[in-house]
Structure formats: C-alpha cells, structure tokens
Design a protein. Sequence first.
Length: 352
Amino acid sequence: MSNFAWVTLTTNDTYSLGALVLAHSLKRAGTAHQLAVLVTPGVSESMRNKLKDVYNVVQEVNVLDSQDAANLALLARPELGITFTKLHCWRLVQFEKCVFLDSDTLVLQNCDELFEREELSAAPDVSWPDCFNSGVFVFKPSLDTFAKITEFALKHGSFDGGDQGLLNSYFADWAHTDINKHLPFIYNVTAFASYCYLPAFKQFRDKIKILHFAGKMKPWLVQFNSESRTASAPSDYAHATDLIQLWWNIFCDNVHKTLTDKMHTKGVSSDNFGFNFEAGLAGALSQLRLGEQRTPEQDAYEALMRRQCWEAGQIDYAGKDSFENIWKKITETLESKPKTETEQQDDKSGSS
Ligand code: UDP
Ligand code: MN
C-alpha cells in the first residue's frame, strides 16, 4: 500500500459532508494513495462511521485531552486552538509524505504527482500572492516539525489568527527561495476569486485540478432541490455553477444514501477549539428523498438552509430574500394579525 496520504480535517458534521464529497472526488480521480481525516469531538459517532467507509484513517485529535507539551501550551493560548487543530496533520507519522486538503476542496482530476513535491509546497493565495494558501499543501509528517511549529506559534502567534498566517510565518522563505515549492494555481483555484478574472477562468477551466470553495460560500450552503437534484449557485458564483453542481452530483451519487438522522440535526455547541458552525445540515439532508416530489422534509431543509445562510451572511437578495419577497411576507403577517382593541375602536370611530 502507498505510503502517501491525502489528509483533511473536520470538526463537525457539516464540514464532514465536505470531507465525504472530497474523498469520493479523490477516488473518482483514481488516486493511488491513502486517505486520512482528522476529526475533533464535534463530529458525531455515526458521521465518524461514514467517514471510516471512505477514509483509511480517521484520527481523533483533541489537544486538550492530551498530556503533552502542545496541550500545556494550548491551555495558555486558547485562541490558537483552531490553528493547532490543523497542525495535527504533522503527527501522522505513519505516512512518508502527505497533501493536506481543506474539506471545502474538490478534486477534479488526478493530482498524484503532487507527492513528488517537497515540504512545504503550496499555491499562492489570491489576495496576497507572496503568501501561500493553506487550503492545499504538501508536507512531511514529523513529530519534530510538529513540536517546532507549536513552539513557534506560542512565541509569535499568527498574524491572521489562523493557520495560514502561522504557516506562512513558519515557512517564511516560501515566497523567495524555491520555485518548485510554488504549486501552479490549478492545484488550488479559489472558486470566488476566479470571478475577478473570468476570461482566465474560461481559458483554463479544463486544466483545474483542485477547486477550493474558500470563503463564506460553501457548496453545502447552496440551495439544493432534491426533486430535480439541482443546486442553485449564488449570482457571483454563476461561472462555477457546473462545478457546484458536480459537488452535489457526487453528494447524490455517493454520500446521500449513507447519511442518517442520527447525524446532527441541531447545531452542536462549539467544541473545544472554538469552531461554532451550525452543524444541522447532515441530519436534514438525510431526510430528503432524491428525485421525488417536494416533501415537508424538503421544506424543512430549505428553512434550515436559509437560516444558516443568513447566519453566515449569505443572503439571497435576488431570490427568496429579495426586498419584494420580504415585503410580501411582512404584509401577509400584518394582514393576518388579529386587530387590537384600539384598532377596532379606531375603525368604529372612523366609520361613524
Ligand atoms: N474546518 C472545520 N470546521 C470549521 C471550520 C473549518 O473542520 O468549523 C476545517 C475544514 O477542513 C476547513 C478548514 O478547516 O476546510 C479551513 O476552514 P475553511 O475552509 O472554512 O476556511 P477558508 O478556506 O474559507 O479560508
Ligand atoms: Mn477552505
């Protein structure tokens, strides 16, 4: 068996949906390598079992329970919790080399050649190309490196509060030293940013190997119609409609049937690492019957989705949440409200 692995991370059942689709996308692309996922206590037992079906390794990471130096360090700096969670990938020393992928990435074509690269190889971040984006990176598991990055984090923190700032400070020579450590952009195409350069997106889209849904819009937050099995992309993602649909096709073909209502249907409280993402989707999606007429479950799912989107700041101004529709709803509510005593008296005096 290969000694290389693709590694991702999930802290709740919603991000786990991403991890499941990602794993199937890797398999569809015919990877020869193993799959590993780091999970935190926020991931339900039934979701872990589903992850086990596609991942060779499902590794629980819970720094706060461990009795090592990283734990002690973390207790002193709880704000670094999220960052530390990703760093655990360096502890997967059973593998010789790994590629970390955010669970909001989708592999479109085989990229096993990435394992020929050295640590730390990554693609530029679109907002500051002298920094690499930490959604896709090649690394070499090592307890020594893990300890060094942890120590570095405690000393210097992270300039953006997340793993990307920390890793860019630690691997500070990335921008200038070795061009082989610069992955081509096609290995980490930010779905949203490509909107800023549509001609390039059109020209090179067939070359994209890994798509990254970085930012607030995640494919699982897109409205999905279970009857027609179609996802409706927000207007600023119109160029990527078919890629968002691809995410949902993989979801329908490979993931949906594995979901159960034992997965979280309500938001889990934030786990030790401060992730506080509403994790209600997996349970709600498990209730949908694909290809069948609209059901009350579809209505319930859509209501949940819209609430999550509002909370995540994704407001569908052009569609259901347009001013017109909101105004209609307000008017309906006002009209259906029984009149108060004063209003009734007003009516009487007005008519007399
Ligand atoms: N993540 C997670 N739970 C969260 C937030 C993040 O498991 O609540 C993991 C997941 O693997 C995710 C990665 O951390 O892909 C980085 O977060 P995200 O992709 O949301 O950041 P972005 O790429 O949008 O900057
Ligand atoms: Mn991401």
